[in-house]
Design a binder for this molecule. Structure first.
Ligand code: NAD
Ligand code: ZN
Length: 421
């Protein structure tokens, strides 16, 4: 389907007036009443289809189009959320480009966000209208073996599935345009004014937390922070290499600083990233392009045999291999965070393992979304974690394609997208 198809051209042309009426109609009508110390929140949209704006990706790699979509009410164990702020993460860009990924279109991307519960489906007891939430791309059902294990956040029911574009309950999408389904992305689809999300993929957070800051904890920052604090666990005084100095890598650096690492070596192909990284405690910089030998050898020379910990936050399989091979034998631990292409294969000599180098990987920094994320928000509230420095750009929903440009040009760490403007 081409972006200039007559059908969509007509849609776009009729947008404006329709949107104005629908926005008025859908304005979240909240009446709060205090009874016996409990606030109850009523929305005029409960149980009804909501028509609202969303940025739809019709085709891989083509600019998103702001459309009026219909958002069905939540079914059992689902929650409809009014998204307040969303941000763009590189994972959205990978799946939108769909170069090495399964293409699922038309689709509503977006998974890093903060919002307010509009209504809840049958069986939802932990959340109620008015609650502030962070949607998360990987969920926590609280019942499976993984959720019951202290070591895992890979929930059997709700773990990330990038190929699925529908809800678990009935295998259907809650988004449509003129009856045609628009697919979900990782169960969150936050590039829409309203989204329907499984209750297990929503962390209830402190309502005093500013949503335009803590939205970035819903994916990138928690992922990098947890990759260091929960998985790599650098001992105090150790040397840590961070591959990729985007928001995820800089959060990993922030984790290394919090853990008391004495040297934090940033590795990136984009020299523009180095200046910014100084604000995040990165002490030294290596650009693999400046060297003739493999970067793992450069790092080994800088560190008398290898770094104690390395955290890969690029998505490049070559960087993953370098991140593993640059750790010290005997005790070095490498943690992979970047999302590889579909056909990538990790190749290293098995002797590296025999030499007691450890390779690990993590989704979402090993945080359990519902159990742990509210505490990460509290770290920000107690000023142990600074989020402002990650937010380099800000746009409104109608300008969402700019956020993609900033990321593709390597100009932004995080560009937040405000839904209410
Ligand atoms: P980003 O694009 O902002 O940053 C990536 C950085 O890596 C860029 O600065 C780029 O120049 C650098 N880079 C690319 N190839 C490199 C190479 N070969 N060597 C050194 N540097 C290289 O992206 P981001 O939003 O920070 O996300 C980083 C990665 O983390 C992405 O792959 C994203 O999909 C992934 N991610 C994973 C999880 C998870 O749970 N595992 C969660 C969120 C994001
Ligand atoms: Zn589970």
């Amino acid at each position: 389907m081409s972006l200039s198809s007559p059908r969509r051209a007509t849609n776009t042309a009729t947008h404006h007036p329709l949107l104005l009426t629908s926005r008025r109609r859908n304005h979240l009508f909240i009446a709060q009443e205090r009874s016996q110390g409990v606030w109850t929140t009523m929305s005029s949209t409960v149980g009804k289809v909501i028509r609202c704006k969303a940025a739809v990706a019709w085709e891989a790699g083509k600019p998103l189009v702001i459309e009026e979509v219909e958002v069905a009410p939540p079914q059992a164990m689902e929650v409809r959320v009014k998204i307040a702020v969303t941000a763009l993460c590189h994972t959205d860009v990978y799946f939108w480009e769909a170069k090495g990924q399964t293409p699922v279109f038309p689709r509503i991307f977006g998974h890093e966000a903060a919002g307010i519960v509009e209504s809840v489906g049958e069986g939802v007891t932990e959340l109620k209208p008015g609650d502030h939430v962070l949607p998360v791309f990987t969920g926590e059902c609280k019942e499976c073996r993984h959720c019951k294990s202290e070591e895992s956040n890979m929930c059997d029911l709700l773990r990330i599935n990038t190929d699925r574009g529908v809800m678990l309950n009935d295998g259907k999408s809650r988004f449509s345009i003129n009856g045609k389904p628009i697919y979900h992305f990782v169960g969150t689809s936050t590039f829409s004014e309203y989204s329907v999300i499984h209750v297990g993929c929503l962390a209830k957070i402190n309502p005093a937390a500013p949503m335009d800051k803590v939205c970035i904890l819903s994916c990138g920052v928690s992922t990098g922070l947890g990759a260091t604090l929960n998985v790599a666990k650098p001992p105090k005084g150790s040397t840590v290499a961070i591959f990729g100095l985007g928001a995820v890598g800089l959060s990993a650096a922030e984790g290394a600083r919090i853990a008391g690492a004495s040297r934090i070596i940033g590795v990136d192909l984009n020299p523009k990233r180095f200046d910014e990284a100084k604000k995040f405690g990165v002490t030294e910089f290596v650009n693999p392009k400046d060297h003739h030998k493999p970067v793992q050898e450069v790092l080994a020379e800088m560190t008398d045999g290898g770094v104690d910990r390395s955290i890969e936050c690029t998505g490049s399989v070559n960087a993953m291999i370098s991140a593993f091979e640059c750790v010290h034998d005997g005790w070095g631990v490498a943690v992979l965070v970047g999302v590889p292409n579909k056909d990538d294969a990790f190749k290293t000599h098995p002797m590296n393992f025999l030499n007691e180098k450890t390779l690990k990987g993590t989704f979402f920094g090993n945080y359990k979304p519902r159990t742990d994320l509210p505490n990460v928000v509290e770290m920000y509230m107690r000023k142990e974690l600074e989020l402002e420095k990650f937010i380099t750009h800000e746009v409104c929903l109608s300008e969402i394609n700019k956020a993609f440009d900033y990321m593709l040009k390597g100009e932004s760490l995080r560009c937040i997208i405000r839904m209410d403007r």
